[in-house]
Design a protein around this ligand. Sequence first.
Ligand code: GDP
Ligand code: ZN
Length: 291
Amino acid sequence: MEQGRIIKGVGGFYDVLTENGTVATCKARGRFRNEHIAPMVGDLVEISHPENGYAAIDELLPRRNALVRPSVANIDQLIIVAAAGAPKPDWLLIDKLLLQCHALKIEPLLVLNKIDIGEKTVLSEFRRDYAAFPSLLVSSKTGEGIDLLKERLSNQISCFAGQSAVGKSSLLNALFPALKLETGGLAKKTDRGRHTTRQAELWPLMGGAVLDTPGFSLLEIEEFTQDQLNESWPEFQKAYERCRFAGCSHVSEPDCAVKELLAQGAVSPGRYERYKEIRSEIEQRRKHRYD
Ligand code: GDP
Ligand code: ZN
């Protein structure tokens, strides 16, 4: 009995990276199909080596999380990429991804790419709004910061996300030259085809692995509690414990400690506005569901 992680699955065969660093091609036991359990890339498994035939996946260990698009389990870290040059960052998307990381117990790492053509306003906005999150400034073009990025990927199962043309494919190519992903942002022709026809694969790197398919589409932001929202805005610094009303939404209630922080400049206006926007989107959806 050996433990490992599925890094690739094609036509009923699974490549499992084992603890000793070798890759075993396995078939899943028949009972998985009978029980309607489909092993996923990222799954932690127990395998055995019969005397003849393929190695076998005997057990699936419980999943910490499972994403649908791309299909992958047990992601530890989401690399949220934005560009310091064009395209202009979609800060709202970033804040939604951060909230989702929080809900799925995935560590976020904000990566600002294209610092070789970095615009001062973007850099200062990024520094001001995301000081409470781990972040890196890199350039896939000059190689600046790529070694630091590699270090942050070690011993983690990571997936890249972010808007089109920020350089996700370029960064993956810088990390894994053999991947040869097409780049060119919005002009990419095969992007959609690639996503639908190919299964995502994990590429081992420094004791961890990186998903080769930049994606991670936003799930519909389902029910989020006020607590989850509060915690996903670390710059609120637990001030919400001092708001006059328990469960304060920090929008229109009197004696709101978060709005005091905002007035003092400890919370950036941008992050606060996007908090309100995301909060109201969640509210709208909740109303639609129950009306
Ligand atoms: P994706 O859609 O996020 O995968 O983005 P791509 O990797 O396809 O890159 C989009 C465009 O940005 C391409 O034309 C790249 O050559 C360019 N690009 C990527 N990284 C950098 C960078 O660090 N600096 C500069 N100047 N351009 C970059
Ligand atoms: Zn409040």
